[in-house]
Write a protein that binds this ligand. Structure first.
Ligand SMILES: [Zn+2]
Ligand SMILES: [Zn+2]
Length: 350
């Protein structure tokens, strides 16, 4: 038996004893060392994420661990390997999965057909052990700690958006909206990919200051300043070549459309509390291309790990709080209420 964070009814999350899972064909058993909390977990906690199991299940999709046992047919990993994990395993039989779009698998949530979204549609990693398919694992180089490895999937979401937007950011001026963990990782990804200028917008000065430290060239507090005007000033009136929308506020998408240049691209990584209103004429008039990115598709977790091991993604500045697994309720409260300027809250499992 093992200790696990199990979700029962909405908002009823319990630390319980639960059987250690057994790895099946192509899977390994992972000893989970570290996990982290993300906004999606909060949605899961409220039982507001589509596709969640009806019955009790183990939460957690951001985690890292050590291979503890190999399932049948696995020769890609060895017991003792330290690994980062990604959330989604595609069904590997639908056309989207074949194209690398496994975060929008046509059999999403269908366990019988082989799709898995750990901690979202099946048992996850807020537990002492978890099983993962080998195609969701990335072996860690010595330079990356297990704690840092928890941010690999987090960083892979904006990287997937950049990938969908056509990649190749060298020389661009990019607006990143929202200095939360994803936006702060996005700033670093864009600089690593050669962005000439990254403009970071948000409402919290503490977070914007971290963004500046992590490479943002211009920061804009939208409570005090007019974002489209600042972007126009910074770009000689043209607008940003591209925008990464990582804020998810009621007016964020409208602001993105007001800030992007004619023919520019908008990548949407954020989730919204509900429907938002935008003037789509701004997009049509200017031939703006909009790309919504779900999760960490296209094997971008491997690329974000590579950037992290090269020292181009600083995860340490984003991890602000650490708590043992047993204090998961306190950890969620710290994360949701942003206690003490919390950004990423990490659960130390074992
Ligand atoms: Zn997440
Ligand atoms: Zn599929």
């Amino acid at each position: 038996m093992m200790t696990a964070v199990v979700l029962h009814e909405a908002d009823d999350m319990r630390v319980e004893r639960w059987p250690v899972p057994e790895p099946g064909e192509g899977e390994v058993l992972l000893k989970v060392n570290v996990a982290s909390i993300c906004m999606t977990d909060v949605k899961v906690l409220h039982r507001r994420l589509q596709g969640q199991p009806d019955g009790p299940f183990i939460m957690g999709h951001e985690y890292a661990g050590t291979v503890a046992a190999l399932g049948p047919g696995v020769d890609e990993f060895q017991v003792g390997d330290r690994v980062a994990v990604e959330v989604h395993k595609g069904c590997e039989r639908c056309e989207n999965c074949v194209k690398g779009w496994y975060t929008s698998c046509l059999n999403y949530g269908n366990l019988a057909k082989g799709h898995r979204a750990k901690g979202l549609t099946c048992d996850g990693g807020f537990a002492e052990y978890a099983v993962n398919h080998v195609n969701t694992l990335y072996k860690l180089p010595d330079s990356v700690s297990l704690e840092q490895a928890c941010m690999v999937t987090t960083a892979a979401s904006p990287l997937w958006a950049i990938d969908l937007m056509g990649g190749y950011v060298a020389g661009e001026t990019v607006l990143v909206q929202g200095p939360g963990p994803i936006g702060l990782l996005a700033v670093q990804l864009l600089k690593a990919l050669g962005a000439e200028r990254v403009i970071l917008s948000g409402t919290r000065d503490e977070r914007l200051a971290i963004g500046r430290k992590l490479g943002a060239d211009v920061v804009v507090n939208v409570h005090r300043e007019n974002l489209p005007r600042r972007v126009a000033e910074a770009t000689g009136g043209r607008g940003a070549d591209s925008v990464l929308e990582c804020a998810g506020g009621p007016t964020s998408m409208q602001e993105a459309l007001e800030c992007v240049k004619r023919g520019g691209r908008i990548g949407v990584v954020a989730w919204y509390a509900g429907p938002v209103e935008v003037d789509m004429n701004l997009a049509v008039r200017s031939n703006v291309r909009i790309y919504a990115a779900r999760g960490e598709g296209g094997m971008n977790s491997g690329r974000s790990l590579s950037l992290m091991s090269a020292g181009k993604l600083d995860a340490d500045s984003i991890i602000t709080h650490r708590m043992p697994l047993a204090q998961v309720h306190e950890a969620f409260r710290t994360y949701v209420d942003r206690v003490d300027n919390a950004l990423k809250v990490v659960l130390q499992v074992q």
